[in-house]
Design a protein around this ligand. Structure first.
Ligand code: SF4
Length: 297
């Protein structure tokens, strides 16, 4: 292949502030040699979860499995009832709930206390959404951008979003609610890390022949990046370098890469180096994410 092949990473790819914070707290906890578990995987990345398991920080899926001294609450936050149960169990709680998620929980509670039925745009099964929902005492609807509310006019409605949803979908839902409520209060709870990353990905997808989206198949924000890219150009969503296929790059000159908020740097670096090999682009081997063209924190 020709040496004119360009491989670029979208700015702001990889770990976000909330994930970095959660990982830092989990690493510090691991060093204490206490018995520690995380409630659910610390982040949506199986490779990093495994590396924590090797350091003695296991992940459990429900409260009955919490038999350790210390529990880490991950960046998605948890349901209020679960938090209460943990307190009753008397375990030490390390709360790594992302401040943006905590803010969404607080806003949900405030809207509900002020008498607004609350609409959450998000995935009803996502742990972050379950957590936010638990802060609402009154009426609540969880919808994605294709759902609709009951067929009536509400005197008032509040609208918030799961933090990792797309601004475009949020705008769509907001305008679909205008005819449904006499008073509509919209609070944009999409986190800035998410909107900045999505915008950077969109711009790179527009100038690329193919996009490689890197991150857990169960990561909401990575799936959202893949959706944005799919709407523009051929896109492959992968978790690790072993999934790359040489034929994807045949005839492609501009290769774009982006990664979700829970994708470790070393996975992005590996994939960049492998794409270099597949394409014969002649770009130098890199050992740090900062060396990949396009990288910006
Ligand atoms: S994507 Fe946003 S809300 Fe989620 S952990 Fe990262 S910074 Fe926090």
């Amino acid at each position: 292949m020709s040496s004119k092949i360009e491989i670029k990473l979208a700015p702001n790819s990889g770990f976000c502030f909330g994930v970095k914070r959660a990982i830092k707290l989990a690493r510090e906890a691991a060093e204490t040699n206490k018995q520690i578990v995380t409630l659910g995987p610390i982040i949506h990345n199986p490779q990093l979860v495994e590396s924590f398991r090797e350091r003695g920080v296991d992940s459990v899926n429900d409260l009955d499995q919490v038999t350790t001294q210390t529990v880490i609450i991950r960046s998605h936050g948890v349901d209020q009832d679960i938090l209460e149960e943990l307190k009753k169990k008397g375990v030490e709680i390390i709360d790594a709930t992302c401040p943006y998620v905590a803010k969404a929980q607080e806003l949900a509670k405030r809207l509900s206390n002020e008498g607004y039925p609350v609409v959450i745009m998000g995935d009803s099964n996502h742990p972050e959404v379950k957590g936010i929902r638990s802060y609402i005492d009154g009426e609540v609807f969880v919808i994605d951008n294709n759902d609709t509310l009951p067929d009536k006019i509400f005197p008032r409605l509040g609208l918030i979003s799961q933090t990792t949803k797309s601004l475009e979908d949020f705008q769509q839902v907001a305008s679909s609610l205008v005819p449904k409520a006499k008073e509509l209060r919209i609070v944009n709870t999409i986190c800035s890390a998410t909107s900045v990353r999505q915008h950077a990905t969109l711009l790179l997808a527009r100038e690329s022949d193919i996009m490689i989206v890197i991150g857990g198949f169960n990561s909401s924000n990575t799936k959202m990046l893949a959706k944005i890219c799919h709407n523009i150009i051929e896109t492959q969503h992968i978790e690790t370098a072993v999934e790359l296929q040489g034929e994807w790059f045949k005839g492609k000159h501009k290769i774009g890469m982006t990664a979700g908020a829970s994708t470790p740097d070393w996975i992005i670096v590996n994939i960049y180096n492998e794409i270099n090999k597949y394409t014969g682009s002649g770009s130098p081997y890199v050992s740090r994410i900062e060396e990949i063209p396009g990288y910006k924190e």
